[in-house]
Each structure stands twice: as structure tokens, then as C-alpha cells.
Design a protein around this ligand. Structure first.
Ligand code: UDP
Ligand code: MG
Length: 319
């Protein structure tokens, strides 16, 4: 019998766990032709999340958990989970039920047809503010423009809700960078992909855990880990500004030579100095972003530490 692992990253999700457990439990009971495993990646929750999960695990041996030593963020939570799953395929699903588990049988069907990565694209975003929708759209547009050189396409309106064949999981486990942008990695590893669409529900209970700060950081990681276009843009701006400055220089010299030096020009001087200062700081910032990433990666730290787990032998790659 083939085994499906359901991987649930969870951080302070005590309000929603019961609903979730019901829904995925029902799903497993309705699909008796597969063996199921529910792996909770508890990302250092400070509420009762872990206790609740351990309660389930006592009664239900399908329930597995790996609990991290602190809150590492969803991206690290996911790789910790992937390191511990044992299924032939793994479905990553949010704990808050924004992704309907009822879609999983459909994913399994496509997996059986030979697809390795069946991802769910949302056709609506119920219960999300228009600001989030507009920023998300602009961001994906920008991201795809910038990653075109890499020949990978990161699908928009697609989260981490997807079914991955074992070989995709193995591939992802080999990517041990610490500043992770998993959404891009799914595309980067390749393999046969299939898109299905669904309506994204509002959160079933509890509060949103990914605040704007986390999302903005993730957005910057997305661009800097998959594209060096910002560096290229700085170079282009540098070339254009230098060329313009050179032309202006010639104009100034000729004017002075032909008509004598009049000491006008304070406004233009200020404008040029300030503009150039701004461009320089911006470029330094862009370079800094990349140096920062290099700094974090060369330390080669483990991605996370496990506080406790009931998975016997995680076949985890130590780098
Ligand atoms: N999550 C996590 N660690 C964090 C933040 C979030 O494991 O530091 C989990 C959270 O429990 C949920 C999923 O990531 O299962 C998505 O989080 P949320 O619903 O808050 O954000 P959304 O993606 O819906 O904006
Ligand atoms: Mg959510």
C-alpha cells in the first residue's frame, strides 16, 4: 500500500488543530486504499499546540510530530518536516485550513497519473485584504521578470499547498541553504508539474502568523535567492548616470570656455549631488543584500534543532 504523508507546519495553532485533525482524519478514512501519516512540524509554538498534537499521537499512530527548539519560521518548518516524512508522496498543507484538504484526493489522482508535483493555484483569496492582493500580484510580476534568466517560472497565486513525489522531497532535502524561499525551490528542482485550481478559504480559526514583516523578508529572499538582476540593474543605472554626467561635463566646459564662467548653477549642483548620493546608497544596499546572504550561507549552520519528535529514524541529511 502506498503511503501519503501530510505535512503540516504549525506555529501557535491551538485553536484550529481540532478542526484540522477532523478534516484530515476524515480524508484518510475516506481513502482506505492509501496509508496516511500526519506529520506536524511544530515550529516552536508557545501555546498548547505541541500538547494537543502529542495527545493525538497517543491515540492515533498515524500522527507524527517534530518539534523545533524555537520558532524558525515557516520555511525552516517545512524543511524540518520534509526531513522527517516517510511517505511515497507528501502533501504540504497549512494548519489553518485555508487550503482545503478535500483537494488532496484529486492531487493523489494526478500523482498516480505520473505527475511529481501537483500544486494548487488559488483562484480567489477570500478573507484577505485588497492591499495584500495588490502587493502579492505586483510582487509575482516583479519576481518572474527578474528570474527569467534562470529559465524557471514561479507560478503566481500558488502557495506551498501541493503534493510532492518522493523524488521531489529528496531533491528539496538537498537544498540546504538557510535563507530559504521554498516556493522558488519547487520550480527550481523541476520534475513533472501539474496545476489545479481552488478557492482559498479564510482562516478557520486563530490569528494570522505570517505578519507583514515576515512576508516582506520572504519577498526579498525570493528575489535575492533566485536572481542577481538587482545587481545588474545597479550596474545599468551606473552606466547611464555616468554617461549623462559625462555629456553634462562637456556642456559645462564648453559653456565656460565660450561664455566665461558665471557662478550660477547651485540648484543643478545640488540636484546632481543628491541624486548621485541616492543612487550610490541604493546600489550599496543591493550589494549588501547579497553579501548578507553570502555571510549567512558560509556559516553553514544547521537549519534547525529538534526539541523532540516521535519519528524514529529521520533520514536526515547532515550537511
Ligand atoms: N507557520 C509556521 N511558522 C511561522 C509562521 C507560520 O510554521 O513562524 C505556519 C502556520 O502555522 C500555518 C502556515 O505556516 O500553518 C501559514 O501561516 P499563516 O496562515 O499565518 O500565513 P498565510 O500563509 O496564510 O499568510
Ligand atoms: Mg493562513
Amino acid at each position: 500500500m502506498k503511503k501519503i504523508s501530510i505535512l503540516i507546519p504549525a506555529y501557535n495553532e491551538q485553536e484550529v488543530l481540532e478542526h484540522l485533525y477532523q478534516r484530515i482524519g476524515k480524508l484518510a478514512n475516506d481513502n482506505k486504499s492509501y496509508e496516511f501519516e500526519f506529520l506536524f512540524a511544530d515550529d516552536g509554538s508557545r501555546d498548547k499546540t505541541l500538547e494537543i498534537i502529542k495527545d493525538y499521537a497517543k491515540k492515533d499512530d498515524r500522527v507524527k510530530y517534530v518539534s523545533l527548539s524555537r520558532n524558525f519560521g515557516k520555511e525552516i518548518g517545512m524543511i524540518a518536516g520534509l526531513d522527517h516524512v516517510t511517505g511515497d508522496a507528501t502533501v504540504i498543507i497549512d494548519a489553518d485550513l485555508q487550503d482545503p484538504p478535500e483537494l488532496i484526493p484529486k492531487m493523489i489522482k494526478f500523482w498516480e497519473e505520473g505527475y511529481d508535483d501537483v500544486y494548487a493555484k488559488r483562484s480567489s483569496r477570500e478573507g484577505e485584504t485588497w492591499i495584500k492582493i495588490v502587493t502579492a500580484n505586483t510582487y509575482y510580476w516583479l519576481l518572474n521578470k527578474m528570474t527569467q534568466g534562470q529559465l524557471i517560472k514561479i507560478p503566481r497565486n500558488t502557495g506551498d499547498f501541493r503534493l510532492l513525489d518522493k523524488r521531489c522531497v529528496e531533491a528539496l532535502k538537498q537544498l540546504r541553504e538557510s535563507e530559504r524561499y521554498t516556493k522558488g525551490m519547487f520550480s527550481w528542482i523541476g520534475y513533472k508539474k501539474k496545476e489545479i485550481t481552488y478557492d482559498r478559504d479564510p482562516r478557520a480559526a486563530g490569528e494570522i502568523k505570517q505578519n507583514y514583516r515576515k512576508l516582506i523578508n520572504l519577498a526579498i529572499d525570493g528575489i535575492t535567492s533566485f536572481s542577481t538582476t538587482p545587481l545588474r540593474i545597479s550596474s545599468f543605472i551606473g552606466v547611464i548616470v555616468s554617461a549623462a554626467a559625462f555629456i553634462y561635463l562637456i556642456v559645462v566646459i564648453f559653456k565656460a570656455a565660450l561664455f566665461g564662467d558665471t557662478v550660477a548653477g547651485y540648484p543643478s549642483l545640488m540636484a546632481v549631488v543628491l541624486f548621485l548620493g541616492g543612487v550610490q546608497l541604493l546600489s550599496l544596499g543591493v550589494i549588501g543584500e547579497y553579501i548578507g546572504r553570502i555571510f549567512k550561507e558560509v556559516k553553514q549552520r544547521p537549519l534547525y534543532y529538534v526539541e523532540e519528535s516521535n519519528v524514529e529514524k529521520p533520514n536526515k541529511k547532515v550537511r
